[in-house]
Ligand binder design. Structure first.
Ligand code: ATP
Length: 413
């Protein structure tokens, strides 16, 4: 039974000392500011699961901005950013970690003359606006109640039973990104969707609720999935559930292959993305990209991938191949090399590229008396090719070849 205060204190005691230090600073600040403060959301969920935890999220019943400012006195290394309009604050630390402070009170101040709400109902409302029961728990950090779990919606039970359950029936209609989040949490923890939640998901897909989402929000949530270790199994669920078909309007031949599960853990995002579209024909890739708002890197790499995939079969010599490959992003090459048609030649080329130990550059050529102009690029390219083809093995040979090229090319002009 993980609800016991003693158990939670033990789990907190097992956290890295910096995080414990932050929790203590929050506790002491709450005492000073005389307000209630809670740890909320994903951190609580992952703490109870003993899953590697992440960002600290706090909710203050009171003025969040003022609280964050007071907290800074105890966290001198932190850098504070206030979002006054939303009543939230963000503190980041030199080691890359950060925390967020939100306030339950903020919207009550936006109605002039409104009476302040009872404190407990404020937290309850805040938690009710969340996506799933397992994400709607809080841990009190005020000293008298430090470590007490606040669980209005059965989050602890669902954690124990491995269930993803929404808080109310309109949840997916209110915010369709929760459909993607449901898949993500279910696959990440190997949980199942609770019966009503699963039924509502299918109904939402059938009735086109997803289409209310903007392309930007869908893309953002999809790429959060692509960052998960387990993204391949999430991708399979997105296909099997009909969610992808609901969004893209067509069944494409997505590649989320079991064979890649182990290796893909180490793949960067671009490689994951390109690999997942690598079996789809170019026309369809163009179409589906119209349903996403990819960032510039991914957009560019997708285009390079399509281009290389089209021209590689027509590329004969190793130096032609080298020209294409040496300038392409690594993720593109890695995914092309996954294709057995391309792999041997790409490997061969990469192997040959290892022979290249060029020391010659434009500056050296100028020192050797070559005039500035396109001839410099031409000589460099030819020298690179000679390395690649095994005609140069050392710096001395490189210099000789360059010298010969200079003589013959300058004579020709
Ligand atoms: P992760 O481990 O992926 O970071 P997280 O639960 O911390 O998971 P965040 O996206 O950082 O995810 O969200 C923090 C909290 O905010 C969640 O735990 C949830 O309570 C709430 N939340 C996030 N997105 C939504 C949403 N679309 N609808 C309702 N509540 C949400």
């Amino acid at each position: 039974s993980i609800a016991m205060r003693q158990d939670i204190l033990e789990l907190i005691g097992g956290l890295p000392s910096e995080e414990q230090g932050i929790l203590e600073a929050v506790r002491d600040t709450a005492q000073e500011e005389e307000c209630s403060v809670y740890l909320v959301g994903g951190f609580v969920r992952d703490l109870l699961l003993s899953f590697p935890t992440q960002d600290l999220d706090f909710v203050v019943e009171g003025n969040g901005g003022q609280f964050a400012q007071a907290l800074m006195k105890r966290l001198p290394e932190g850098k504070l950013t206030q979002h006054v309009k939303f009543g939230t604050a963000h503190i980041s630390f030199p080691n890359g970690s950060h925390l967020d402070v939100a306030s339950t009170r903020v919207e009550y101040y936006s109605f002039p003359g409104a009476l302040p709400q009872v404190e407990e109902s404020c937290l309850r409302d805040d938690l009710f606006r969340r996506d799933f029961t397992i994400n709607s728990m809080a841990i009190c950090l005020n000293s008298e109640h430090f470590g007490e779990l606040v669980d209005y919606y059965g989050g602890k039970r669902d954690l124990q039973q491995g269930k993803i359950r929404f808080l109310h029936n309109l949840s997916f209609i209110e915010d369709p990104t929760r459909m993607l989040r449901a898949v993500r949490f279910a696959r990440r923890y190997n949980f199942k969707l609770a019966k009503e939640t699963l039924e509502a998901l299918f109904t939402a897909i059938e009735t086109g609720v997803l289409l209310k989402l903007s392309v930007e929000r869908f893309t953002e949530e999809l790429f959060v999935i692509f960052q998960e270790d387990n993204y391949i199994s999430m991708g399979q669920t997105l296909i099997r559930s009909g969610l992808f078909q609901g969004w893209f309007g067509e069944d494409y031949s997505w590649n989320f292959s079991e064979d890649d599960v182990q290796e893909s853990v180490g793949w960067p995002l671009d490689q994951r993305w390109l690999s997942c579209i690598s079996r789809i024909n170019s026309e369809d890739i163009e179409k589906l990209c119209g349903r996403l708002s990819l960032n510039k890197t991914l957009r560019d790499e997708t285009q390079i991938f399509l281009h290389l995939r089209a021209v590689l079969p027509k590329t004969q010599s190793i130096s032609e191949l080298d020209q294409l490959i040496s300038k392409a992003p690594q993720g593109v090459i890695a995914v092309l090399a996954q294709d057995e048609h391309f792999r041997p030649r790409i490997m061969d080329c990469l192997e040959s590229e290892k022979r290249i130990r060029m020391t010659l550059d434009g500056k050296k050529l100028l020192q050797m008396g070559v005039k500035e102009g396109p001839i410099i690029g031409e000589i460099l390219e030819q020298v690179r090719r000679a390395w690649l083809e095994g005609k140069i093995h050392s710096t001395e040979e490189e210099r000789e070849v360059a010298q010969q090229l200079i003589e013959s090319m300058c004579r020709r002009r």
